[in-house]
Design a protein around this ligand. Structure first.
Ligand code: SF4
Ligand code: SF4
Length: 348
């Protein structure tokens, strides 16, 4: 890894160099009922729209690599024959400017499944290969537990990563493209004082993580507590709305539907992101539902993320961003659920 610094006022120049590409970044979309700013990832059209000092976004950037709906193929009948068309929906190169460590780690986790040898997804892989990622360090929010998940820092999956030192940016460089771009700025070697400032800022940031999850022996505990009554208690609260999976940067479950046009001459096969909390997620032909109650569906969401994925990849399928707990109208949060399984008690 290469480290450089550049003056703070050069950030706009960096933006200008990249602005000829499709550029996505955090921008303000309004305020919540308490007057707090709300942010979302969207296309940026001017430097003033880009808010890399954002807290967190309601949604992750998942929709840019896993759109909620996507055509897998289309079919058409013509001249006593039929044609199949597959459009992988690969975007032109996109610049993602201002991703926090948790969201870069989330992409790295999705890569393990969707670009791996067992279930490769060419639709995802095509988009993923066209991403240029500029990471930026965050300020921990009260609902973030990324530190417990080991995703508060990131070592791969970005081209360059910025930390605001005050009058300059400390930049970690991971790709040759990033280096070439930075050569257009007055970059210099970090001084000893820059090193000290960087370490001091990281220490200050670490002290701001207040939300925690005890993950020790969690896979064993989940095995032991598979029949625990706490799942029934959480199931009574869960409304099976699927919002948690919708906002989650690492949920990738989907369903496939086929749509035949009324003239019976054309059809499409469509992929749609789905949530394992939705009532018909495990329903099969004939109408049998393997997970008919909300408790079992909620439980399996946790088992996939903190048990099955852990066993397969030696890491959890959760980056501790806390989005699901923030968005859940029933107030169900990952730290509380995991803690309740440990203690065998659901908070009132
Ligand atoms: S846990 Fe919350 S967000 Fe998720 S399905 Fe249940 S009620 Fe909806
Ligand atoms: S499960 Fe919740 S906290 Fe974990 S990555 Fe998904 S949205 Fe973030």
């Amino acid at each position: 890894m290469l480290f450089k610094v550049f003056p703070r006022d050069q950030l706009e120049i960096l933006y200008d160099i990249l602005a000829g590409h499709h550029l996505v970044g955090p921008q303000i979309i309004g305020t919540d009922r308490n007057g707090q700013e709300l942010f979302a990832f969207d296309y940026i059209h001017s430097f003033t729209e880009l808010r890399i000092d954002f807290t967190s976004t309601v949604h992750s950037l998942k929709s840019f690599v896993l759109p909620p709906r996507e055509n897998l193929s289309s079919f058409a009948l013509a001249n006593n024959d039929w044609e199949k068309n597959v459009d992988l929906g690969i975007y032109k190169p996109h610049v993602f400017f201002g991703l926090h460590p948790c969201d870069i780690n989330a992409l790295n986790k999705l890569d393990k499944v969707l670009t791996g040898p067992v279930y490769p997804d060419p639709f995802y892989t095509g988009k993923r290969k066209n991403m240029f990622i500029i990471g930026v360090n965050c300020i921990p929010q009260p609902w973030c537990f990324c530190k417990s998940m080991g995703t508060d820092t990131v070592l791969s999956g970005f081209d360059m990563f910025l930390t605001d030192l005050g009058d300059k940016y400390f930049v970690e460089i991971q790709s040759a493209t990033a280096y070439d771009i930075l050569m257009e700025l007055p970059i210099t070697e970090p001084t000893d004082e820059d090193h000290r400032r960087f370490v001091q800022l990281m220490d200050e940031r670490n002290s701001k993580f207040t939300c925690q999850v005890d993950n020790s022996d969690l896979t064993k505990i989940l095995d032991l507590e598979f029949q625990s009554p706490v799942w029934q208690e959480w199931g009574k609260r869960c409304m099976s709305c699927g919002t948690c999976a919708n906002v989650c940067p690492t949920c990738y479950c989907y369903g496939v539907t086929e749509h035949v046009d009324l003239d019976l001459k054309s059809a499409t096969k469509q992929k749609q992101l789905y949530s394992c909390n939705l009532i018909d997620f495990a329903m099969v032909s004939g109408g049998h539902n393997f997970r008919p109650d909300s408790a079992s569906r909620l439980k399996y969401r946790y088992y996939h993320k903190h048990r099955g994925f852990q066993e397969a990849y030696e890491e959890a399928l959760c980056v501790g961003c806390g989005r699901c707990g923030q968005a859940c109208l029933a107030g169900i949060t990952v730290p509380e659920v995991i803690d309740s399984v440990r203690r065998q008690e659901v908070p009132k």
